[in-house]
Design a protein around this ligand. Structure first.
Ligand code: FMN
Length: 172
């Protein structure tokens, strides 16, 4: 394992909002999703479910109900929580499930980047409309859209709050 490569991928990944055409091979989608399911999960419940949307018409329909989705991605991964599974986490089941799928989402975006594919996580979308468009059952909740696609425009990195500002040692 090369630490430098891992750090390069973590720091180099950017939210991409402008895509060019280009089909992402199924094999890459498989690798990307596999990274998702290897995320840590509270109580190892693994409440995640993913819907892979490649159909152009459906992508356009999702765009219409997603004000936060920019560009024309080749693929949208709808990251969902299965509420029946999340229940196993008891009182904190749902909040834990959101943390779980967030970790899966980050794995997905990092592996996409390592494969040369741009991505962006999107919370600004209509859950109700997406549920209806994709025949998502009542007990499954879409949490995040992840757009995927090739790009010629990797954005500049937005500034990070410096470590000195965000880290507290021993006590706040
Ligand atoms: C929970 C979450 C929700 C986000 N929702 C959107 C969104 O709806 N639309 C969008 O364009 N970007 C969205 N983003 C991307 C952020 O704007 C982006 O991560 C941030 O500006 C930092 O840029 P970077 O990821 O390229 O470093 C979201 C990111 C996170 C973590």
């Amino acid at each position: 394992m090369c630490l430098e490569d891992i750090i390069r991928v973590i720091k180099g990944r950017r939210c991409v909002r402008s895509f060019r055409e280009g089909e992402i091979p199924n094999e890459y989608i498989h690798k990307i999703l596999e990274a998702g399911i290897w995320a840590p999960s509270g109580g190892n419940i693994q409440p995640w479910e993913f819907i892979v949307v490649r159909n152009r018409d459906m992508i356009d329909k999702i765009k219409l109900v997603s004000p936060g989705l920019f560009g024309d991605p080749s693929v949208i991964i709808v990251v969902c929580i299965n509420l029946e599974k999340a229940k196993r986490g008891g009182r904190i089941g749902e909040s834990m499930a959101i943390i779980d799928v967030s970790m899966a989402a980050q794995n997905i975006m990092l592996v996409a980047y390592a494969l040369g594919i741009g991505s962006c996580p999107i919370v600004s979308f209509s859950k109700t409309a997406v549920k209806e468009l994709l025949d998502i059952p009542k007990y499954v909740e879409p949490i995040l859209l992840i757009t995927l696609g090739y790009t010629d425009k990797w954005p500049n990195p937005p500034a990070r709050r410096p470590l000195e500002e965000v880290v507290h040692y021993e006590k706040y």
